[in-house]
Write a protein that binds this ligand. Structure first.
Ligand code: ASP
Length: 445
């Protein structure tokens, strides 16, 4: 048995039908180090299709409202039946569906119902691969309030999985001490995969999906953007926070704490190397000074002016207190000599704007308050950018050349870590311009 451990997690589209099960089997058997496999529930096979988890949640909602739910349950049964027939697997699907129907009819439970997609998929994949099935109800430990008990989970995963040669573990859920099922947030199978990788001290966490890694820019805006070969955990967190979603952010957090490399791979193009996410880039990697650009629309920029804001009289602290009291999160806050700039999501600000401004006027007595709406925020990251330390200048110059107005700039110290505010109607132009600049920058080793 190989000493190396690779934990491979397959997402919903990777396991959507029998053909995808075959691809997974080929990928898994190609590398004996892929000993622990984590799976989601079958996702969409085509755009109008429904994810099994969505069908389960719909059936739960209907059962709760006392409405008939057999159409959803039949659709789920038929999806699994098709997979089983095509792969010629013997599995008591009728019996499992009877259990589900009984629980929905007698006492519908949201998390239990939602978890059945992953449970059934992992059972079936384990049979298909000839691997041991592991129910995370035994090893992903929640407390009775649905919070993960990390220490107990790590211990229990180690004890249950390390003695096994190989196993398939259902993603997305676990249980509390009483056996009650709890799920993570949607997309939470990534978290299960990361927990398994961390607990076992895996050499690699592979996250298999339907794209060949992380793009340097949003493919809905830029035509065929390049896939980034390597990026740091920090860069991934920044880009994902700003909208480039491939991996659940909690999954990145635990893997980065344990320094377990994450490799985003494409189940449909298994020869593509994908994106490798690591703490430090390996020597010799050829890297663009700009790793990627992403962003979000729907931002508001508040500017508060008062002479000598930064004179130590606690003006900024009072401002932050006002936001804290209202539990109003902000994207960032910049303090200048005579002004404070706040960037806040417009959907959160809109409902309390008038009250908030009133309170700022009363408490802080500013000289001026300004509001710019319909702004977007663009993140540009580049861990290698110190070697081309004018990368930030080039980005700003390029936006100016394109005649794109810049409403705010936040430049973190050190590496390229820029947050730029631009009007929403120029958002796409700005992303395209920065991506174009990136492609024309000299790559460094
Ligand atoms: N099946 C769950 C969802 O659709 C969890 C996951 O796919 O990670 O959100």
């Amino acid at each position: 048995m190989s000493r190396h451990i690779v934990v491979a997690k397959f997402g919903g589209t990777s396991i959507a039908d029998a053909a995808q099960f075959r691809k997974i089997s080929k990928i898994v058997h190609e590398n004996p180090e892929r000993r622990f496999i984590v799976v989601s529930a079958p996702g969409k096979r085509f755009p109008e299709d429904r994810k099994v988890t969505d069908l389960l949640l719909d059936s739960y909602e209907k059962a709760l409202a006392g409405k008939p739910f057999s159409a959803e349950v039949d659709e789920i049964k038929n999806r699994f039946r098709e997979i089983l027939a095509d792969l010629n697997i013997d599995f008591p699907i009728e019996e499992e569906i009877r259990h589900l129907t009984k629980s929905l009819s007698s006492n519908p439970k949201r998390d239990y119902t939602a978890s059945r997609g992953e449970y059934l998929t992992a059972e079936i994949l384990a049979r298909y691969l000839g691997y041991t099935f592991v129910d995370p109800a035994w090893c992903i430990c929640f407390d009775e309030n649905g919070r993960l008990n990390m220490a107990m989970t790590i211990r229990t995963i180690r004890a249950s999985l390390l003695p096994l040669k190989h196993a398939v573990i259902a993603g997305f859920y676990g249980a509390d001490m009483s056996g009650k099922i709890h799920t993570f947030e949607r997309g939470g199978s990534d978290i299960t995969g990361s927990l398994v990788a961390c607990a076992l001290g895996a050499d690699l966490y592979e996250n298999w999906t339907d794209v060949s890694g992380l793009y340097a820019a949003d493919p809905r805006i830029v035509d065929h953007p390049e896939t980034v070969s390597h990026m740091s955990y920090r860069e991934l967190r920044t880009l994902s926070y700003m909208g480039a979603s491939v991996l659940h952010s909690d999954a990145v957090l635990s893997a980065s704490e344990m320094e377990i490399p994450i490799n985003i791979r494409n189940t449909n193009r298994p020869d593509d190397p994908g994106t490798m996410i690591v703490r430090h880039l390996p020597a010799g990697v050829v890297k663009n000074p700009v790793t990627g650009v992403s962003g979000r629309k729907g931002m508001s920029v508040i500017q508060i002016e008062k002479v000598m804001v930064s004179d130590g009289s606690g003006f900024s602290a009072l401002m932050l207190d006002i936001l804290k009291k209202r539990a109003l999160p902000f994207e960032y806050c910049l303090t200048g000599i005579d002004s404070i700039t706040l960037v806040i999501r417009s959907d959160l600000l809109d409902s309390c704007k008038d009250d908030l401004f009133e309170e700022i006027r009363e408490t802080l007595n500013p000289d001026f308050i300004g509001l710019r709406e319909k702004q977007s925020l663009i993140a540009v990251t580049g861990e290698k950018a110190t070697e081309a330390s004018d990368a930030n200048v080039q980005v700003l110059e390029r936006l100016t050349k394109e005649d794109i107005e810049i409403s705010t700039i936040n430049q973190g110290a050190g590496k390229l870590n820029l947050l730029i505010g631009v009007p929403e109607e120029r958002y796409e132009d700005a992303i395209r311009a920065i991506y174009d600049l990136r492609q024309n920058m000299t790559r460094k080793i």
